[in-house]
Design a protein around this ligand. Structure first.
Ligand code: ZN
Length: 518
């Protein structure tokens, strides 16, 4: 849980101070002491200056060059409750500067009538190219699904990866997501040969996020073999890395490039061995060491099925988390994706390390996988974040709802995750997500980015909710159409439920789908 805001200043003027979220090591504004290896990104551009946006998008946002922008919704969520009569302001580079109840400030702020404001959601686990598979994996039979996947991998061009990612990222914005952790493992050309620039598709994904206007942690994935004990199952050629050393060298080149081209809090790298099954422990350690040296987040799929655990025990004599912990790889920068089949001892290891678990309830429900032991993990001290994984549906609030319902069903208890379930679920979808990605967003606090979305208080799904019960309405009943406006770094990206590039993004995606499946 985040702590409540501390107030300073006069009766009507307040500044919010809170316990800090996890810091982005590349962001000089996010800690008193910049990391030793910090170089200002953008070659002299102010480090926090948002990158240019397409004119159509910029036009719908706050005016460029304005020294301060302010908003006054009917109510704003400040970390523990909705407050009314409170305006908030951001500076020219999109950082929140102050909250105020001063009459002059209330009058100067842009009025968001009939709307409530919440912090932008953080989607901690995405495979953007899976958006192209939506609705095509619902038949029974693994063979049929494998054929569908193979067809996609054989056809999806670089351009189509970009178009598909833009589509997924726009859908995220429409769902109130302002920051994504993209677990990116599609690296090579359709025939499996590397692109002349080995990082081509990673850069295309980042370019897609930039165009759409969503912050991105590109979690670059290492993928070495098909399964435990190696050669029995071939690695899809488009995923395969040449070796840990080459992977680290290419990733470092990408890291330097991204640091030059983007503000530190708009796009940054994390590292992600796909799983213990697909990356043997020695290269896993070498890659994790690189992540640690560069202070990058480390994510991996873990214990998605019981069969995976059994195969891990057969090869290493340990289940995945126990194995990783034994090699010193589980710490506060580590996030286990899925983590469905955990022994109590593994829950304790994750909790003691203050590591995070990212659960993806819509995908888990869709695939009938079950889910992480969330209550035990929270009790042990681990963080819980949320992702949309395969993009069966992109709706992080729905994912939160499904997580809670799974727990209630299992325990025959209501509510399950915490006494105040809605607050705990929003915390997972914002604060913990940001922490496990190393993002500076995740809460509406002075000094953090002005990343937020509004909901229409008169939408039939939540109409009639007073501030005391509004969060319950939003977490448990909000229809995605009620999300009306979305700002990222004080730039408006969604206006009245629509992105400025809606037409081209949908049009290009539909054309790509026709080429792949037609
Ligand atoms: Zn995944």
């Amino acid at each position: 849980m985040s702590q409540g805001p501390a107030f300073a200043g006069g009766r009507n003027r307040m500044t919010y101070r809170k316990a800090p979220l996890e810091r982005n090591p590349r962001d000089p504004r996010s800690s008193g002491n910049p990391p030793r290896d910090f170089r200002p990104p953008g070659g002299g551009r102010p480090p926090s200056a948002p990158a240019p946006v397409p004119a159509a998008v910029a036009k719908s946002g706050v005016p460029h060059g304005a020294t301060e922008s302010g908003w006054l919704p009917d109510c704003v969520y400040t970390g523990e409750k909705f407050e009314t009569g409170l305006a908030f302001f951001a500076d020219a580079v999109g950082r929140l500067t102050r909250f105020s109840r001063e009459p002059a400030d209330l009058a100067a702020a842009r009025r968001l009538e009939g709307q409530a404001v919440l912090p932008g959601l953080v989607n901690a686990h995405s495979h953007a190219f899976h958006r192209a598979l939506r609705g095509r994996m619902e038949q029974r039979g693994a063979e049929g699904n494998a054929a569908v996947e193979q067809r996609l991998l054989a056809r999806l061009s670089g351009e189509e990866v970009f178009d598909t990612a833009r589509m997924a990222f726009m859908e995220m914005l429409l769902a109130g997501v302002t920051c994504v952790g993209e677990f990116h493992y599609l690296h090579h050309q359709p025939d499996g040969t590397p692109w002349p620039d080995a990082n081509h598709l990673s850069r295309e994904i980042i370019r897609a996020a930039h165009e759409v206007g969503v912050r991105i942690a590109l979690l670059k994935v290492a993928y070495a073999r098909g399964d435990f004990r190696g050669e029995a199952v071939a690695v899809p050629a488009r995923f395969r890395m040449a070796g840990a050393e080459v992977f680290v060298r290419e990733t470092e080149a990408l890291r330097v490039q991204v640091e030059k081209e983007f503000p530190a809090d708009e796009a940054w790298l994390g590292i992600a061995p796909y799983s213990v099954a697909t990356v043997p422990i020695e290269p896993f350690k070498a890659i994790a060491l690189y992540a640690r040296t560069q202070r990058l987040r480390l994510h991996t799929h873990v214990s998605t099925t019981a069969a995976e655990n059994a195969a891990c025990v057969a090869e290493y004599g340990r289940t995945p988390i126990a194995l990783l912990a034994e090699h010193g790889l589980v710490d506060k920068r580590f996030t286990a994706i899925d983590a469905i089949h955990l022994a109590d001892e593994e829950v304790r290891l994750l909790g003691t390390a203050r590591a995070s678990v990212c659960t993806c309830p819509i995908t888990e429900h869709n695939r009938g996988l079950g889910g992480a032991p969330v209550e035990k993990l929270l009790a042990a001290g681990a963080g819980i974040a949320l992702g949309t994984d395969t993009h069966v549906q992109i709706d992080l609030l729905k994912a939160a709802r499904l997580l809670e319902y799974r727990l209630r069903h299992a325990r025959q208890q209501h509510p399950a995750i915490a006494a105040d379930a809605a607050t705990a679920l929003l915390h997972a979808a914002t604060v913990t997500g940001a922490r496990c990605l190393g993002a500076t967003s995740g809460a509406l606090e002075v000094g953090r980015p002005a990343d937020f979305f509004t909901v229409n208080l008169f939408d039939p799904s939540i109409a009639g909710a007073e501030p005391e019960v509004l969060l319950n309405h939003i977490v448990f009943a909000l229809e995605r159409r009620a999300i009306r406006d979305v700002w990222v770094g004080a730039r408006q990206r969604i206006a009245n439920g629509r992105h400025a590039l809606h037409g081209p993004i949908v049009g290009r995606f539909v054309e790509a789908q026709k080429r792949i499946w037609g």
